[in-house]
Structure formats: C-alpha cells, structure tokens
Write a protein that binds this ligand. Structure first.
Ligand code: G4P
Length: 524
C-alpha cells in the first residue's frame, strides 16, 4: 500500500463527554462493532469513580488501566481506526485537552436527558479553537428526553456550532422505536438487547404505507418531523464539517448497542484523515517524505520499581520505522527506538512501522517531555500544546530535608509529564504548583513518595489565576514587573507569569497597564 493510501485510510479521534454521558460505553461498543473486542465489558472504565478523590490506590489502579486503553486501534472496513482515550474526571481536563491536540476529529457524547453539561462546553471550546471537526452522538434515547427539536436548539446555542442531524429518533424513553437514518436512508429498529447487532432496513420512500406497518401511528409524526428537518437544516455539507463549522448529529443508545453501527459507518466515511499540522517554522503535510511527530502524553509508572514511562508520539508525517535514527529537537540528540509499541485490538505490541495518524509508544526513562518534537533531522517545533492558566495553587515544600535531590527530580519529572505546572516566585524564590483540579495535588504527593522516595508538604495559597505576560514595550514590562514585584513568578521555561490574587485585581491590572498583554494559555 502506498503511503498516501495508508494516510487516507486512517481515522484518529477521541470520544469526549461530561462524566456519565456514556463515553466509556460508546468506546466499548465501537470496539465491539469494530471487531477489536468480542464481549461487552472488556474495556474497563478508566474514570476515577465518584467519591474516590482521596483513594490513592484507586488512582493508581485507574492509571494502570488507562495505559492499556490510552490508544485503541482496530481495522474496520478497510479503515485503520485509532481511538484516543481521555480521562473522564474533570481534574484531569488538561490531559484531555492535550490529547485533543493529537486527534484529527472528535465525537462528543451528550446525554439526551441532560443536554449540554459544563464539561461538554469546555471541550467544545477547545475543538472550536483548534477547528477540529466534531460529530455529536446523542445517547440514552432509551430514557425519556425533551423534544428533539428543542434539544438540538439548546445544543446549537450552548456549543455555538451549527448542527445537522444525520439520523432522527422515533420517540424516546419507553416508547423509543428506533431511528431513521438520514445519511443512508434506512430505518433501524430499537430492541433493548445488550448484545444483538442487527443491520437496519433500507427505506427510501417515507411516504410508503410500509412505514405504518413498521412503526404504526408513529409514522405520521416521523414524516412531519422529517419534513421540518429538511426544511430547517440544509443538506449536509461535508466541507463545512471538515472546517469545524458544522457538526453532524446521530442518536442512539450506547448501552443497548443502538445507533453505533450507523455512527461508525458514517464516521469512517466522513471523518478526516490526518491533516497538515502547523509548526513554528512551516506547515507539515502528512504526505511529506520524512518522518515527524510530537509527544502529547507521557504515561509513567507502568512498573513502579523501574520508574518506566511511555511517551506517546503522534506521527504527523512520513513513515516511522523501528530502529531508525531520529532526532529529539529539544536536546539535539539522536536516538533509536528498538521496541516501539502500538495498541491494536487492545493488545500492546511491538511495531515495525507507523504512518501519519498513528500513535506510537516510545519506552522512556526520562528523555522526553510533553510537547517534544521528533524528526529525521529537520529543526522544526510543533505548536499547539498549550498549558492553561491553572486555578488552584499551593506552595510546595520539602518535608524531608535528607531527600532534597529526590524531591527536586520528582517535581521536575512530574511537571515534564504535564501533571501540573511549576512556578517560582520572583519575590522569594518559593516554588508554587498550579493545577486545574484538587486531585492533582494528591497524585503529586502520592507519586513523590512512592516513585521518588521524597516527601512534600503543600501550603495553601489563595490565588485567582496565573497568566503569562508580554509586551512590545520593554519599558512598560519593567514598570509592570516592578509594580507587581511580589506577584511575579517564572514558569519552567523562564517566562514571566503574573499571579493575580482576584478577578478584580486582574481586571484592574489589565485596564491600568494597556501595553501589557495577558495570556491565559502558555501558547501565544
Ligand atoms: P462516561 O464514561 O461518560 O462517564 O459514562 P459511562 O459510559 O460510564 O456511562 C455512565 C452510566 O450511563 C453507566 O451506568 C452506563 O451504563 C449508563 N449508560 C451508558 N449509555 C447508556 C444508554 O444508552 N442508556 C442508558 N439507559 N444508560 C446508559 P452506571 O450505572 O453509572 O455504571 P455501570 O455500573 O453500568 O458501569
């Protein structure tokens, strides 16, 4: 197969949702329909169960599981599908955001009864920012929901994206009959069975009295609904979807295997293959001859005794070949990978080669950090792995003076993995850890102790937001830093960060210092 054919048959995507909408169930069902697993229940949820926020063993157990399910690849109908898993727990949002930099499209799962929930909105914002094509799967139709038109209006308004239903539900809850598949003009009947996989029947002519035979008095309502649908929503425009402006919508019930086959069939046909990726220097085309890729995730502690890690690399161009020499741009060093891994059909295996869109696991003993670019030699730097302004802050102090070296190394490595962000106060040199969730502090403390044999203590710090500052006028920057001396810090890359105590203080600073640019992600 030519490299072009290999690229064009790849579909690399993530499924995201607000917790409990059905992400894990849908992932599992896609694997089931894709033939990657054979019984439901084989994929364990990698979400941190509710109420387990201080159960370290649970966190460890969950982290162990999520290694195996980080990337799930399978062959389906001539396509190579790669599903990238994302953590459900909101304290790990930043992991999810980073994973979204490695996908070519996204499926957002929405609970039909609950509609858009807060995390769905945040995830959509990231997709919009990156212009990632999005498909929406409205789940749990077997439960009572609000009126479908109202639901779609709400989603459109809250997610700020135009929708285009490619299937349409016939009732919901206990009366749920199935969906009419607008995309391929077929009727699918709902049978609440957890394992049955039955194809729908083709149904071109909705005016035919045959429809009554299948769905009785609901036929009239379906005809009326669809007339409205065709009137309200213009025909599906593939280009608009690929541009990230239009989200096709599917309905179903992941728990009961319903609507999944249709989703998968439509997905492989319409979802994009790997697209060109922007670096600081130039646009990298997947069909470029030479290999390039970037590290978007580091998974640590697969074996706690060896402190081993896996760096997950998204192949962006060319062909990755085992044992070839590649360059890590940050250090300038050349290296070879003798046992690169990929996850096929939920098995981890050593691979000989990989193509754009694929995710390769590099065994790592601390050489890689998140955001690293790897090439055949060209000095390029992939963009777009932003750190977000953290919102929770604590001073980190050494709780065992005999273990200073271990603590420093541990903190450094955990930050390289992207667990949290480290800032150093320019005022007193104290180190501050910033996170987006409380759970990260517990993970850091636990991992320092168990992996690095170091003990840390956190001291509370009341802070509203950290933001990166910049100015074209060096004088204005110096003046700002002098005035805010006590609130200035440096990030790991040595950049200036303003630590605002409150929204009010941030607003004041923004209106007083017009020449200073305040950035809320590290990528600007
Ligand atoms: P998440 O990964 O998005 O957090 O959601 P997950 O798939 O774990 O699903 C959350 C709950 O919703 C699960 O129930 C799951 O069985 C249920 N669910 C998923 N899809 C459907 C659906 O189509 N219809 C209905 N009725 N329920 C659905 P749970 O009781 O919280 O967990 P479990 O004990 O079943 O694992």
């Amino acid at each position: 197969m030519s490299i072009q054919t290999e690229i064009r048959r790849r579909r690399t995507f993530a499924i995201v949702s607000h917790p409990d909408a059905g992400k894990t169930t849908l992932t599992e069902k896609l694997l089931l329909f894709g033939g990657a697993i054979h019984v439901a229940g084989a994929v364990k949820s990698n979400k941190i169960k509710k109420g387990a926020t201080s159960d370290f063993m649970e966190i460890e157990r969950q982290r162990g599981i999520s290694v195996a399910t980080s990337v799930m690849g399978f062959e389906y109908d001539g396509y190579k599908v790669n599903i990238l898993d994302t953590p459900g727990h909101q304290d790990f949002q930043e992991d999810t955001f980073r994973t979204l930099t490695a996908v070519d499209s996204v499926i957002i799962v929405i609970d039909a009864a609950k509609g858009v929930e807060p995390q769905t909105e945040k995830l959509m914002n990231v997709c919009r920012m990156r212009k990632t094509p999005v498909i929406i799967f409205i789940n749990k139709l077997d439960r009572p929901t609000q009126d479908t038109f109202e639901l779609l209006d709400d989603i459109e308004r809250q997610l700020q994206i135009s929708l285009n239903p490619l299937s349409w539900p016939i009732n919901n809850g206990p009366d749920f009959k199935g969906v009419y598949n607008i995309f391929d003009k077929s009727l699918d009947f709902f049978k609440p069975s957890v394992q049955d996989i039955e194809p729908g029947i083709s149904f071109d002519d909705l005016d035919s009295p045959e429809l009554e035979k299948h769905i009785g008095k609901d036929a009239k309502k379906l005809r009326e609904d669809l007339e409205l649908v065709y009137g309200v929503y213009p025909p599906f425009k593939h280009d608009e979807y690929l541009a990230g402006n239009l989200a096709p919508v599917f309905f179903g019930s992941a728990l009961y295997n319903f609507g999944i086959q249709e989703l998968l069939d439509a997905f492989v046909k319409i979802a994009p293959w790997p697209r060109p990726v922007q670096t600081e220097e130039r646009l990298i085309d997947p069909e470029d001859e030479k290999f390039s890729g970037f590290v978007f995730k580091i998974h640590a502690n697969i074996d706690p005794n060896h402190r081993s890690r896996i760096a997950f690399v998204k192949v962006c161009s060319g062909k990755f070949i085992r044992n070839n020499n590649y360059k890590l741009i940050r250090s300038g060093k050349t290296f070879r990978v003798s046992s690169p891994t990929a996850f096929m059909a939920s098995q981890k295996e050593i691979i000989e080669e990989a193509y754009p869109g694929d995710i390769v696991g590099f065994p790592d003993n601390g050489s890689f950090i998140i955001g690293d670019t790897i090439t055949e030699g060209e000095d390029i730097h992939f963009k777009g792995l932003p750190s977000f302004s953290p919102e929770l802050f604590k001073f980190v102090e050494n709780a065992d003076p005999m273990k200073t070296k271990q603590l420093n190394k541990g903190v450094d490595q955990l930050m390289d993995e992207g667990v949290a962000q480290l800032f150093t106060s320019q005022f007193n040199g104290r180190r501050i850890i910033g996170t987006v969730g409380q759970l990260q502090f517990e993970v850091i403390q636990y991992r320092l102790e168990h992996e690095y044999n170091a003990k840390c203590r956190f001291e509370p710090l009341s802070m509203y937001k950290a933001c990166w500052i910049q100015s074209d006028n060096p004088k204005a920057l110096i003046e700002f830093k002098n005035r805010k001396h006590q609130k200035m810090a440096t990030d790991k890359r040595g950049r200036d960060v303003f630590m605002a105590d409150s929204q009010f203080i941030l607003d004041m600073a923004q209106s007083e210092f017009k020449e200073i640019k305040f950035h809320f992600t590290s990528e600007f």
